[in-house]
Design a protein around this ligand. Structure first.
Ligand code: NAG
Ligand code: NAG
Ligand code: NAG
Ligand code: NAG
Length: 454
């Protein structure tokens, strides 16, 4: 186990990766067939399809692969090409057709309101985003996302700043809490709630709705309903004269500047009817004790440790220097990933000989349909890779290829993969011997592998 050296390298308590470990330069002309030649040139050869961080290395990808291909003559969007090196020059293992699995919030329309904004990634932006829809929202200090509800359940992760939430449960119990970076909330379907940015700089968060067809523009808003109700009915309902509603808003407020709230204790209604909810609508995800892996930290939050979150399960991943979120799949739901930091490449295996590689960076959304095999490889030399994997499910579930092969009769595994090469079969058998689940694997330097064993 390389755990101790890994923990020293990242600084256990800070949660911040230490100075990045520089990768060894690519071996050239050595006894084995490593990559050689400058990337994206006709001379370049890489039988192993290694990753290249084109953004950090300021390399312009070109469709040259192992001598095949040609340069580009026509119009180009170079910035987009640099963000998608594995679409411009796919690994030789990619094959077949696959729908698009990447969207960047940078390509989403922003709705600008007083003191805030919001943008969404739904099935309309990204057609493979069928099970979940995501919304990225900013509320400055004191700014309110107005009292509302919707048919979809809402799960949220606080990206920055502080936010106060309020909610009501079906027993008439009230909930109010202040959240900060790394905290979650969950509102079951139809439950009314509000959000407000707190001092000093408000907040920004990611909202997840358990239907890809959700639209942030079609929620049930307090101001909208009241504006669409005859004043005579409002008077009957609230037991006041109709004139009381003279100056109500004519249309929805949605996001608007409010005043800074007092402490929670001060703000709770002091009426006889006030009841505290027995439900817990919030959870401190980043404060959870992580699962230690050799290559990073994993925090899983689902209905087993956040009981209310029955329709959304999530994993927060910190992927360390050179590390790999191992080859795996999810049997119970599509993965909806949100990239918080760093750059990554992901190859999705869709059966029938089909695989395609996509690149992601901060602010991007990735989809991996359920059961499709995939991995996540850290591309960046200077930034940690921080990701949320989110699922429409009550439990987080995944299958590790490593573990599966380690716990299957070795003879059978070897007859699948190494029938032609017994020596390599023995090495493989040794590697998967103790197949402890290690969802993020630390950097493996195969150039440094003990040559005696060859
Ligand atoms: C709030 O924003 C100001 C201006 O951008 C910045 O100087 C300050 O550090 C921020 N405060 C916090 C606590 O983030
Ligand atoms: C999404 O919603 C629109 C409008 O409500 C509807 O016409 C469409 O059929 C829905 N699509 C799916 C996949 O549910
Ligand atoms: C992870 O490692 C840290 C530091 O060594 C330790 O304090 C913590 O108990 C470990 N957590 C688990 C779940 O093993
Ligand atoms: C900070 C960090 O984790 N970055 C690593 C990402 O992966 C590369 C190798 O591809 C490492 O060199 C970085 O240190």
């Amino acid at each position: 186990m390389h755990l101790s050296s890994f923990l020293v390298a990242i600084g256990v308590c800070s949660g911040v990766w230490a100075a990045p470990v520089k990768q060894k330069p690519l071996a050239s002309g050595s006894h084995h067939a490593g990559p050689h030649g400058k990337p994206f040139t006709p001379e370049h050869r890489d039988p192993y399809d290694g990753k290249i961080d084109t953004v950090a290395e300021k390399l312009q990808p070109l469709p040259w692969r192992n001598g095949d291909g040609a340069d580009m003559l026509g119009p180009r969007n170079r910035a987009r090409e640099r963000q998608n090196p594995d679409l411009v020059r796919p690994p030789s293992t990619d094959h077949g057709n696959m729908p698009n699995m990447r969207w960047s919030f940078a390509d989403s329309h922003i709705r600008i309101e007083e003191g805030g904004w919001t943008r969404q990634t739904t099935v309309r932006e990204l057609p493979t985003s069928k099970e979940l829809a995501g919304v990225n929202m900013r509320l400055d200090e004191g700014v309110i996302r107005e009292l509302h509800w919707h048919k979809e359940a809402e799960w949220a992760y606080v990206l920055e700043g502080r936010v106060r939430i309020t909610a009501l449960d079906t027993e008439g119990g009230s909930f109010i809490d202040d959240l900060e970076k790394g905290d979650l909330w969950y509102f079951p379907s139809g439950h009314p709630h509000s959000l407000q940015g707190l001092s000093p700089n408000g907040t920004e968060f990611l909202l997840i709705f358990d239907d890809g067809n959700f639209s942030e523009d079609s929620t049930f808003l307090l101001t909208d309903w009241v504006a669409r109700t005859p004043k005579e009915v409002l008077a009957e309902n609230f037991r006041v004269a109709p004139e009381v509603f003279r100056a109500i808003p004519q249309k929805e407020k949605y996001i608007f500047q409010g005043s800074n709230p007092d402490s929670i204790d001060e703000e709770i209604p002091k009426s006889k009817g006030y009841k505290k909810s027995k439900l817990q609508f919030t959870h401190k995800m980043l404060a959870q004790e992580p699962v230690n892996t050799t290559g990073g930290l994993v925090r899983i939050t689902d209905s087993t440790n956040f009981a209310l979150s029955k329709t959304v399960a999530a994993a927060h991943l910190d992927i360390g220097p050179g590390a790999l979120r191992e080859m795996h799949w999810h049997p119970n739901a599509d993965e909806w990933s949100y990239f918080i930091k760093g750059r990554a490449r992901v190859t999705i295996f869709a059966a029938e000989g089909t695989a395609r590689t996509f690149d992601y960076q901060a602010g991007d959304v990735g989809i991996v349909p359920k059961n499709m095999g995939h991995f996540i490889e850290n591309l960046s030399d200077d930034e940690p890779l921080e990701i949320l994997e989110i699922f429409r499910a009550d439990k987080f579930q995944d299958f590790s290829l490593f573990q599966w092969l380690g716990e299957t009769p070795r003879r059978m595994v070897k007859e699948h993969l190494f029938a032609e090469d017994e020596e390599s079969g023995k090495k493989f058998e040794k590697a998967v011997w103790d197949a402890d689940k290690d969802p993020i694997k630390d950097h493996f330097d195969y150039d440094g592998e003990d040559k005696e064993e060859l």
